[in-house]
Ligand binder design. Sequence first.
Ligand SMILES: Nc1ncnc2c1ncn2[C@@H]1O[C@H](COP(=O)(O)OP(=O)(O)OP(=O)(O)O)[C@@H](O)[C@H]1O
Ligand SMILES: [Mg+2]
Length: 225
Amino acid sequence: MIRVRGLVKRFQDGPASLTVLDGLDLDVAPGELVALQGASGSGKSTLLHIVGALDAAFEGEARVAGEELRALTPAGRARFRNATVGFVFQAFNLLPGLSALENVCLPAWFRPAGPAPAPRALAAAGRAALARVGLAEKAEQRPARLSGGERQRVAVARALFAGPRLLLADEPTGNLDAVTGAGVIALFRALAAEGLTVLVATHEERVTAAADRALLLERGRLRPA
Ligand SMILES: Nc1ncnc2c1ncn2[C@@H]1O[C@H](COP(=O)(O)OP(=O)(O)OP(=O)(O)O)[C@@H](O)[C@H]1O
Ligand SMILES: [Mg+2]
């Protein structure tokens, strides 16, 4: 699903240049749940952004779901993200004025092309995504009336909505207590068992323990943790 070779990422800050990723290699098979560890500032989020085609300014090869990311145009990257990748962040990034269901369906309104989806079909797909994360009963609830773990599960449902093959999660349990976080990890395990590939950046041992493999990002490269 992911094959990265010799990835180099530099940030230019005026005359100074910071090399964050320095010849990094990464292979992730379909259906694998891989934990990405590393000190703060080691480049975990940077790597997730590149693999998710949010950042195309890098050197080296990054092949994800059969696409060579550096060869894509900006429009091609947008299509790739829409069709292939779901993102989950530490801050759930839900819109407070919308229900759980509306939050889940939101990405459908930002598709780069094609006719507007039929509202009924959209709502049915949104409810299916909420059911998949165990929140069928909370579809009409606004985020303020959901627990932290429920909010993160809504965010996961939103990430799953368009049927991605790859889920990229950046510290998804960072704002959750241990029990609630365990529920999110169990959900990732179940999704990986269904064939979704999951790459999760985390500082937490519990997440790492639940993964198929853990990798440590250090000095711009990965090694088994
Ligand atoms: N847009 C940017 N411009 C300049 N430097 C950046 C930019 N984004 C990130 N960096 C730098 O790149 C390095 C890696 O950042 P990154 O966010 O990937 O780390 P991280 O491993 O995700 O850390 P954390 O665990 O704290 O989230 C840091 O030193 C950061 O300051
Ligand atoms: Mg980060």
